[in-house]
Design a protein around this ligand. Structure first.
Ligand SMILES: [Zn+2]
Ligand SMILES: [Zn+2]
Length: 146
Protein backbone atom coordinates (compact mmCIF):
# COMPACT_ATOMS: atom_id res chain seq x y z
CA UNK A 1 0.00 0.00 0.00
CA UNK A 2 2.54 2.58 1.17
CA UNK A 3 5.22 1.51 -1.28
CA UNK A 4 2.74 1.78 -4.14
CA UNK A 5 1.91 5.33 -3.08
CA UNK A 6 5.60 6.22 -3.11
CA UNK A 7 6.19 4.73 -6.54
CA UNK A 8 3.09 6.43 -7.91
CA UNK A 9 4.48 9.73 -6.62
CA UNK A 10 7.77 9.02 -8.39
CA UNK A 11 9.71 8.54 -5.14
CA UNK A 12 12.16 5.74 -4.46
CA UNK A 13 11.07 3.41 -1.67
CA UNK A 14 13.31 4.05 1.33
CA UNK A 15 12.82 3.03 4.95
CA UNK A 16 12.34 6.60 6.31
CA UNK A 17 9.78 7.35 3.60
CA UNK A 18 7.82 4.16 4.27
CA UNK A 19 7.88 4.64 8.07
CA UNK A 20 6.78 8.26 7.90
CA UNK A 21 4.00 7.43 5.45
CA UNK A 22 2.80 4.65 7.78
CA UNK A 23 2.64 7.05 10.72
CA UNK A 24 0.66 9.60 8.73
CA UNK A 25 -1.71 6.88 7.56
CA UNK A 26 -2.52 5.57 11.02
CA UNK A 27 -2.50 8.86 12.92
CA UNK A 28 -6.14 9.28 13.90
CA UNK A 29 -5.99 13.07 14.14
CA UNK A 30 -4.49 13.20 10.63
CA UNK A 31 -2.50 16.33 11.42
CA UNK A 32 1.01 15.96 12.82
CA UNK A 33 4.03 18.19 13.25
CA UNK A 34 7.45 16.98 12.11
CA UNK A 35 8.47 16.77 15.79
CA UNK A 36 5.48 14.58 16.65
CA UNK A 37 6.35 12.24 13.78
CA UNK A 38 9.96 12.20 14.96
CA UNK A 39 8.90 11.34 18.53
CA UNK A 40 6.71 8.52 17.26
CA UNK A 41 9.61 7.11 15.23
CA UNK A 42 11.85 7.32 18.31
CA UNK A 43 9.23 5.51 20.38
CA UNK A 44 9.11 2.74 17.79
CA UNK A 45 12.90 2.39 17.97
CA UNK A 46 13.50 3.81 14.50
CA UNK A 47 16.75 5.72 14.13
CA UNK A 48 15.56 8.43 11.81
CA UNK A 49 16.76 11.97 12.58
CA UNK A 50 14.58 15.05 12.76
CA UNK A 51 16.38 16.55 9.73
CA UNK A 52 15.47 13.46 7.72
CA UNK A 53 11.84 13.72 8.85
CA UNK A 54 11.73 17.33 7.61
CA UNK A 55 13.42 16.41 4.33
CA UNK A 56 11.04 13.49 3.67
CA UNK A 57 7.99 15.63 4.50
CA UNK A 58 9.18 18.33 2.11
CA UNK A 59 9.64 15.68 -0.61
CA UNK A 60 6.15 14.32 0.13
CA UNK A 61 4.72 17.81 -0.11
CA UNK A 62 6.44 18.45 -3.44
CA UNK A 63 5.12 15.11 -4.73
CA UNK A 64 1.57 15.97 -3.63
CA UNK A 65 1.41 13.15 -1.07
CA UNK A 66 0.93 15.44 1.92
CA UNK A 67 -0.19 18.97 2.55
CA UNK A 68 1.42 21.31 5.03
CA UNK A 69 -0.61 23.70 7.17
CA UNK A 70 0.73 26.70 8.99
CA UNK A 71 -1.88 27.29 11.66
CA UNK A 72 -1.38 30.41 13.75
CA UNK A 73 0.60 29.89 16.93
CA UNK A 74 1.47 26.29 16.10
CA UNK A 75 4.25 24.41 14.37
CA UNK A 76 3.48 23.44 10.79
CA UNK A 77 1.42 20.26 10.67
CA UNK A 78 1.29 17.72 7.89
CA UNK A 79 -1.56 15.55 6.70
CA UNK A 80 -1.90 12.93 4.00
CA UNK A 81 -3.46 14.32 0.87
CA UNK A 82 -6.63 12.26 0.63
CA UNK A 83 -8.16 14.29 -2.16
CA UNK A 84 -11.17 15.38 -0.13
CA UNK A 85 -11.66 19.05 0.51
CA UNK A 86 -12.20 20.01 4.14
CA UNK A 87 -11.76 22.98 6.40
CA UNK A 88 -10.10 23.14 9.81
CA UNK A 89 -10.86 24.29 13.33
CA UNK A 90 -7.81 24.68 15.55
CA UNK A 91 -7.52 25.02 19.34
CA UNK A 92 -5.32 28.01 20.17
CA UNK A 93 -4.38 26.48 23.54
CA UNK A 94 -3.36 22.90 22.75
CA UNK A 95 -3.12 22.84 18.96
CA UNK A 96 -5.84 20.20 18.54
CA UNK A 97 -7.12 20.17 14.94
CA UNK A 98 -10.53 19.00 13.76
CA UNK A 99 -11.87 18.87 10.24
CA UNK A 100 -15.25 19.81 8.89
CA UNK A 101 -17.11 20.29 5.64
CA UNK A 102 -20.27 22.35 5.60
CA UNK A 103 -22.22 22.34 2.31
CA UNK A 104 -23.78 25.70 3.10
CA UNK A 105 -20.38 27.34 3.68
CA UNK A 106 -19.03 25.79 0.47
CA UNK A 107 -22.07 27.03 -1.42
CA UNK A 108 -21.78 30.55 -0.03
CA UNK A 109 -18.10 30.76 -0.97
CA UNK A 110 -18.97 29.68 -4.50
CA UNK A 111 -21.70 32.32 -4.64
CA UNK A 112 -19.33 35.03 -3.39
CA UNK A 113 -16.67 34.07 -5.95
CA UNK A 114 -19.29 34.11 -8.73
CA UNK A 115 -20.59 37.49 -7.64
CA UNK A 116 -17.07 38.96 -7.62
CA UNK A 117 -16.19 37.35 -10.95
CA UNK A 118 -13.76 34.68 -9.75
CA UNK A 119 -13.34 31.00 -10.44
CA UNK A 120 -12.30 29.28 -7.20
CA UNK A 121 -8.98 27.44 -7.54
CA UNK A 122 -8.54 26.68 -3.88
CA UNK A 123 -9.71 27.94 -0.54
CA UNK A 124 -8.88 27.40 3.09
CA UNK A 125 -11.11 28.27 6.00
CA UNK A 126 -9.60 28.05 9.45
CA UNK A 127 -11.52 28.69 12.65
CA UNK A 128 -9.45 29.36 15.77
CA UNK A 129 -11.03 28.52 19.09
CA UNK A 130 -10.64 26.79 22.42
CA UNK A 131 -11.47 23.10 22.52
CA UNK A 132 -13.37 21.37 25.33
CA UNK A 133 -10.97 18.40 25.67
CA UNK A 134 -10.11 17.64 29.30
CA UNK A 135 -6.46 17.29 28.21
CA UNK A 136 -6.42 20.88 26.94
CA UNK A 137 -4.64 23.47 29.13
CA UNK A 138 -7.69 25.77 28.83
CA UNK A 139 -9.93 23.16 30.49
CA UNK A 140 -7.73 23.41 33.58
CA UNK A 141 -7.86 27.23 33.57
CA UNK A 142 -11.65 27.14 33.61
CA UNK A 143 -11.73 24.76 36.58
CA UNK A 144 -9.55 27.12 38.58
CA UNK A 145 -11.85 30.04 37.86
CA UNK A 146 -14.94 28.25 39.24
ZN1 LIG B 1 -7.41 22.57 23.32
ZN1 LIG C 1 -7.09 18.31 7.50
Amino acid sequence: METQDLKKAGLKVTLPRVKILQILEKEEDHHMSAEAIYRELLGAGEEIGLATVYRVLTQFEAAGLVSRHHFEGNQAVFELERGRHHDHIVCVKCGRVDEFVDPLIEERQQAIANRLGYTIKDHALIIYGQCSQSSCPCAKDEDEED
